[in-house]
Design a protein around this ligand. Structure first.
Ligand SMILES: *[C@@H]1O[C@H](CO)[C@@H](O)[C@H](O)[C@H]1NC(C)=O
Ligand SMILES: *[C@@H]1O[C@H](CO)[C@@H](O)[C@H](O)[C@H]1NC(C)=O
Ligand SMILES: *[C@@H]1O[C@H](CO)[C@@H](O)[C@H](O)[C@H]1NC(C)=O
Length: 245
């Protein structure tokens, strides 16, 4: 009886082992059959995925690097400087400054301050004409020609410039403060020159030069700056309160 049971159990285990082996073989074949094309698929599909997965931090950082590269101030300026619009505007400023030279308000030795200088077209024009000491400021930094400074609170001592120039008066938040600051930094005998947007400004030209506390009107002139009609207001600084010196 024991022997029968043992034989039966052996048969059962043999059967089970066979079933297991067959199912393993079946699985193996099925997988090798169905997987045969799939490794190719995998190689073409999942490998790039694996690549993108493993590389995903890299493109991000290299993208960052690339965008940082593009936004490099020097590159940005080089790109801007190479445009025709830039040189046209610089040309326009050049002819304006030539007229200031003939008025005796500007020379190569002048210390010039350009307020609200944007990307620095006027700074570029002055430097190209041979003026060595030009300072350009704007509410935002625009290297290499323009530094950051608040036009209503200029970071310069009194009377350190021979010429203060700006095209930014019309856009100034506090026009009288704007004028007071540029006037403060210009020396006695120096000049403040404002190129004001549009020939008919809201306050009128009189409204502009009446904001000056210690300068006298030298000239008002209409001119065209890079295609835009502007009014030039030239003020001679005559302040002689000795406490400033
Ligand atoms: C100013 O400097 C420029 C460039 O160096 C020169 O060509 C020009 O003759 C100078 N102008 C005067 C008036 O010295
Ligand atoms: C400038 O142009 C305006 C508008 O045409 C005119 O009213 C004004 O008299 C001109 N000013 C000068 C100084 O020519
Ligand atoms: C300052 O200069 C102006 C113009 O030259 C003159 O009218 C005024 O009297 C001077 N003021 C003083 C305090 O010297």
């Amino acid at each position: 009886m024991d022997w029968h049971i043992e034989r039966l159990l052996n048969r059962i285990s043999f059967f089970l082992a066979t079933v297991a082996t067959l199912s393993l073989l079946h699985l193996f074949f099925r997988s090798s059959l169905s997987c045969a094309p799939s490794p190719l698929h995998r190689r073409t599909q999942s490998q790039p995925q694996a690549l993108t997965l493993t590389l995903s931090p890299f493109p991000r950082s290299s993208c960052d690097a690339a965008s940082r590269d593009v936004v490099t101030p020097e590159k940005r300026f080089q790109k801007l400087r190479s445009t025709r619009a830039f040189s046209r505007r610089v040309q326009s400023f050049s002819s304006l400054f030539l007229s200031l030279r003939s008025l005796g308000l500007l020379s190569n030795a002048s210390h010039v301050l350009c307020v609200s200088a944007g990307a620095g077209h006027e700074v570029s024009a002055l430097q190209e004409s041979g003026v060595a000491d030009v300072t350009g400021v704007e509410v935002v930094d625009f290297p290499p020609l323009v530094k950051r400074a608040d036009p209503h609170n200029l970071p310069f001592f009194d009377g350190v410039f021979d010429l203060g120039f700006s095209t930014g008066f019309a856009a100034a938040l506090f026009p009288s403060r704007f004028v007071a600051e540029i006037e403060r930094t210009v020396r006695r005998g120096g000049a403040t020159v404002l190129a004001v947007d549009g020939w008919s400004t809201k306050v009128g030209v009189e409204g502009v030069y009446k904001l000056f506390q210690r300068s006298s009107l030298l000239e008002v002139r209409n001119f065209t700056l890079d295609g835009s009609p502007m009014t030039l207001v030239v003020m001679r600084n005559h302040h002689n309160s000795s406490e400033n010196y």
